[in-house]
Write a protein that binds this ligand. Structure first.
Ligand SMILES: Nc1ncnc2c1ncn2[C@@H]1O[C@H](COP(=O)(O)OP(=O)(O)OP(=O)(O)O)[C@@H](O)[C@H]1O
Ligand SMILES: [Mg+2]
Length: 496
């Protein structure tokens, strides 16, 4: 067996009263791809920050290549070959690709002056090594998310990384880009680099990882070869409960909630027609650029349609603005929730109430008690990991922030709820909780539209799906379709 690169023993870390890590053990060997899994808020990012020296643990031991290290600082961990790629990649938008890649190395070696010619050469070498094709002289702000990530990986490997940590690297990537990333990871693995990935998508974990460590509530739960975990065990270890994965199939109901006719917005989507009946959870899918997101934006008045009809509960409505949409009881959970959907410095309660505050005025006064009860209720129903409704959103883990964004719109009691990528970054247990809420609402007569490219989510959660290609409706299907066929439909390999 390969040598152990990193060993953690009994790591504990608290933030005020929150015990984020309660004694975690972990062992990472050279040349292995190790998945760190666990529900939102279980302490994954905190553990990574302990390994990178960004957080001091309160207790516990860290061994790197067999040597016990004390008082680990970020610069030490980099010197020992540990490189972390955070979700935002921490690249500098106004520097070029080459400058970004070479940057840290200059800082590390303490060079007083930057040798740009040398930097450019290094950058090109790094890109060649992982097979990334980018113009070294282009500004990073002009790159796609996937390419920004490539820059971060290049930067990591030219710093002689021995251990590369990627915190949720695939959340913002398309399926093709994920494939490319995995190819690079396999290459690095062959070179003997140890890799740890945080990921919530089971299929991806099975595809790329050798080992798995599961945390729950800041505690170590289990560890082993990926082959020792079937879906059921994985879900049980993660959540502490059994989750049935059954497809949503409501009873037929002829009551029409929403009818869309010939909806068009030039350059985004064209002649889109569909109906949504009571009980339906309608999926809208397609590749990036298919118009799926733009259609959602139009229903909420963010970028309104220019022609066509929208009929909600039998009445034709006009949506030229967000206000129009909200007046017609349409709610929208946007894709980019962290920037569009939440006030990070404000409390969970403030955020949950943000779209429905007008319902809480009693004789001209805000009814705080009612607001607290409603917020606590949502915290319980969708499982936000927090001691109360008081903390600022900023202090919640990524997945828990997402859940509050959804609660905010659920609290408006909408007639039509459109969710764009509702469970991106959300763990399996909460995903199933969120799906259950959507199903309950649909059966109660709320129109539910889920825009997504997460195929397993679509097949399980939606009873009807629209596949969009080049701005047009290419297929309308039910959930008897399997994921492979659906993937082919997205790219146009199958169907018309
Ligand atoms: N700087 C901080 N101040 C206060 N609490 C924090 C801080 N950082 C993390 N926490 C808390 O520690 C716990 C673990 O958070 P962490 O970010 O490690 O979770 P995670 O496993 O990465 O979750 P996710 O899958 O949602 O990203 C959470 O309850 C979180 O609210
Ligand atoms: Mg995290």
């Amino acid at each position: 067996m390969a040598e152990v690169f990193l060993k953690l023993e009994g790591i504990k870390k608290s933030f005020g009263g929150v015990r984020a890590l309660k004694g975690v053990d972990l062992e990472i060997r050279k040349g292995e791809v190790h998945c760190l899994a666990g529900e939102n808020g279980c302490g994954k990012s905190t553990l990574i920050k302990v390994i990178s020296g960004a957080h001091d643990p309160d207790e516990g031991n860290i061994f790197i290549e067999g040597k016990k290290v004390e008082n680990l600082k970020p610069i030490d961990s980099i010197r020992m070959g540990i490189q972390v790629i955070y979700q935002d990649f921490a690249v500098f938008p106004n520097l070029t690709v080459a400058e970004n890649i070479a940057m840290n190395r200059a800082l590390m070696t303490g060079a007083k002056k930057m040798d740009w010619k040398e930097a450019r050469k290094l950058a090109i070498e790094a890109m060649e090594m992982i097979g990334a094709k980018m113009d070294p002289d282009i500004l990073v702000e002009r790159l796609s998310v996937a390419n920004k990530q490539m820059v971060a990986i290049c930067r990591a490997i030219i710093n002689d990384a021995k251990f590369l940590i990627l915190d949720e690297p695939t959340t913002a990537l398309t399926a093709k880009e994920v494939e490319k990333l995995f190819k690079i990871i396999r290459k690095l693995k062959e070179k003997g680099i140890a890799i740890m990935i945080v990921n919530h998508k089971l299929d991806e974990i099975y595809e790329i990882c050798d080992k798995l460590t599961v945390l729950r509530n800041g505690e170590y739960v289990s560890n082993g070869d990926i082959t020792e975990y079937d879906r059921a065990r994985f879900i049980r270890d993660l959540t502490g409960r059994d989750i049935e994965e059954i497809k949503y199939s409501p009873e037929e109901d002829e009551n029409e909630i929403l009818r869309v006719e010939h909806l068009t917005r030039v350059g985004a989507f064209e002649d889109v027609s569909f109906t949504l009946k009571k009980g339906d959870v309608l999926g809208i899918t397609g590749l990036l650029g298919s118009g799926r997101g733009e259609l959602g934006d139009a229903l909420f008045g963010l970028a309104p349609a220019q022609s066509g009809k929208i009929i909600l509960n039998g009445k034709e409505i006009q949506i030229h603005s967000i206000q129009d949409a909200m007046n017609n009881k349409i709610a929208y959970v946007p894709e980019d929730r962290l920037t569009q959907g939440l006030f990070l410095e404000r409390s969970i309660l403030d955020n949950t109430m943000a779209a429905s505050i007008k319902n809480y005025f009693k004789k001209g006064k805000l009814d705080y008690k009612a607001m607290e009860i409603a917020t606590d209720d949502w915290i319980k129903t969708i499982g936000v990991a927090t001691p109360s409704a008081k903390p600022a959103i900023r202090t919640l883990s990524g997945g828990n922030q997402q859940k509050v964004a959804i609660a905010k719109w659920l609290n408006t009691s909408p007639d039509l709820l459109v969710l764009n990528g509702p469970t991106v970054g959300v763990d399996i247990g909460s995903k199933s909780d969120i799906h259950a809420i959507l199903h309950r609402l649909a059966k109660g007569g709320v129109g539910i539209i889920v825009i997504s490219d997460d195929l397993s989510e679509l097949v399980q959660n939606c009873n009807k799906m629209i596949v969009m290609r080049n701005g047009k409706v290419a297929e309308v299907i039910d959930n008897t379709v399997d994921e492979t066929t659906l993937a082919d439909m997205l790219s146009g390999k199958q169907g018309g």
